[in-house]
Structure formats: C-alpha cells, structure tokens
Design a protein around this ligand. Structure first.
Ligand code: CP
Length: 305
C-alpha cells in the first residue's frame, strides 16, 4: 500500500506516468466515469480549505465513487481530544482512501503509519502540499509542454508557504531548472530548503526583494499569499501582507510567454485586472487539480483502466 506525503514519494518516471494519466482523463472523461464505483474517499480536513477538499471530492465523484468526511476539526471528535492515529484507524473501516489536511507538520505521516488505507497529505502546516505540487506540475507541463529548462520565480511568503517548499523539492529533479526567490527579508525560504535541497543538488537560484527587477526574465511566476494564519503577531502580518501586488503595470515588464500561477486563495497579491491577461493561468490550474487528483486516486487504489 502506498501513501503520498511528499512529491518525492514518486520517481520522475512515476510522476510522468501520473501526468499522462491526468491528460488522458482530461481528453476522455467518459472512460473513467465509473471506474471507482463501490469505492469511498474520506476527506479529513482539520484546517480550512476550498480547492483541495472540494477538488478531491469532485475527483472521486467523477470517477463514480463516493465521499465522506469532515471539513473542520471542531465538528470531529478531535474536539474531544481524539488523536490522529485513532481517527485514521476508524476511517480505515469506513473508506478505501483518505486525504488529510492538518495544521501540524507531520500529522498525515503519523496517520499513514497506522492506517489500513492509502493516506494523501492534503497540506500539513508550513511543511508540504504535494497534491498542489502535482497540480502545478501538470499545469506547467500541459501549458508549456515540458518541465525542463525553466526559470521559475517564486514570490511572496516563501518561509511558511508549503506549496513553495513542495514545488521546489519536486522541480529540482528536472534538467536546467533555476529559481528566483522574491520575498521580503522576513519571508525568505527556510535554510533547510536552501542547504538540503538547492545547494545539495547544485541548483542555481537568486534571492531578490523587488519583483519588477526580475519579472522580465521568468518563464513562470508563482505568486503566493502572505498567510495570516501562520503569523505569530498581527502587526507583522499587516506590515507584510501587501508587499507584492501583481498588476497590469508589472505584467507589461514580463515576457509574452510567461505564465502566472498561484495555488489560491489570493487576497491582494494579484490584482483582478490581471485575470483577463492570457498569461494568467491560475484558474486553469484549478481545473488541472481535479484531473491530477483523479489520476492520483486511481494510482493509489491500483485501479487500471
Ligand atoms: N490551494 C489550496 O490548497 O487551496 P485551499 O486551501 O482552498 O484548499
């Protein structure tokens, strides 16, 4: 039985196969409409979510399966003090696969160690968000045609942003990838990413504060939200929340083929005037998230179509 805790749980070849399957699902949805009949997905969300939870539920329903779960810890027995380990033991009797989001780093990993069913990490604290990474990779591969030879700008909260950490981990395995980290001093990428992932693999990167200085050289601009829920004090959040606002003026400095991605939700960091720009790919990214989660469910349940 396999779980998904990190994008590194899959080899590059397995990721390519998963994305091929997602593209086939996109092209031939009818072929997959009943393949999970009789199967149940549990969504265990201890932290708020719109896209991840609902795209998992949409994915399972589009495969002909059923879903159950909870969308906040307060409505589960976690509010009475039940541990994640005990909860997953119960859920293993109710469902065939589960997606778990938790505010504590490592909680899905703890669950996977005692689970009787595949566990998917749907975001754990500031650590990892592997299915967002699969979504991002499928979006880039589908719209650019490849995952090699890319200069990727990551902008905003690079310290707490789990989507950023997961994406860096996944992309360093491809050829000729370089990063530009665009953040205020307080929200720079953690040292462990710099040392254990980038330096260890000899990946080229630079760290800057001004988006305007680098936007013209990027193939991908990955915007992120400054996350209020990860700050220890409101004053720091208020000072940093509008540090970056991508607007039409800044988009004029970017190349014609640069894609703008964002895991969403956005707050102010992308002005709505950018939404109609053909380079804005963040709503198309959401659709790819459903296809890749369908492919992931089929892979972990070992359903061959
Ligand atoms: N991208 C993402 O994780 O969105 P949600 O928090 O709405 O699930």
């Amino acid at each position: 039985m396999r779980h998904l805790m990190s994008p590194l749980d899959f080899s590059v070849e397995e990721l390519d196969k998963l994305m091929d399957l997602a593209n086939d699902i996109e092209r031939h949805p009818d072929k997959y409409a009943h393949v999970c009949e009789g199967r149940i997905l549990a969504t265990l969300f201890y932290e708020p979510s719109t896209r991840t939870r609902l795209s998992f539920e949409s994915a399972m329903l589009r495969l002909g399966g059923k879903v159950l779960g909870f969308s906040n810890a307060a409505s589960s027995s976690a509010a009475k003090g039940e541990s994640v380990s005990d909860t997953i033991r119960m859920i293993s009797c109710y469902a065939d696969i589960c997606a778990m989001r938790h505010n504590k780093e490592g909680a899905p990993m703890v669950a996977s160690q005692v689970s009787g069913i595949p566990v998917i990490n749907a975001g754990d604290g500031g650590h990892q968000h592997p299915t967002q990474t699969l979504t991002d990779m499928l979006t880039i591969r589908s719209l650019k045609g490849h995952l090699n030879h890319l200069k990727i700008g990551l902008c905003g909260d690079l310290k707490f942003g789990r989507t950023v950490h997961s994406l860096i981990n996944a992309l360093v395995r491809y050829d000729d990838i370089s990063f530009v980290f665009i953040s205020p001093e307080e929200l720079r990428i953690p040292d462990y990413i710099r040392e254990d992932v980038l330096d260890a693999k000899g990946v080229s990167y630079e760290e800057v504060e001004r988006l305007e200085d680098v936007i013209g050289n990027l193939d991908i601009l990955y915007m992120t939200r400054v996350q209020r829920e990860r700050f220890f004090n409101e004053e720091d959040y208020v000072r940093l929340k509008d540090f970056y606002i991508l607007d039409k003026k800044k988009m004029k400095l970017a190349g014609p083929d640069m894609l703008v991605l964002h895991p969403l939700p956005r707050v102010n960091e992308i002005s709505v005037e950018v939404d109609s720009d053909p380079r804005a790919a963040y709503f198309r990214q959401v659709q790819y998230g459903v296809y890749v989660r369908m492919a992931l469910i089929l892979t972990l349940l070992e359903v061959n179509v």
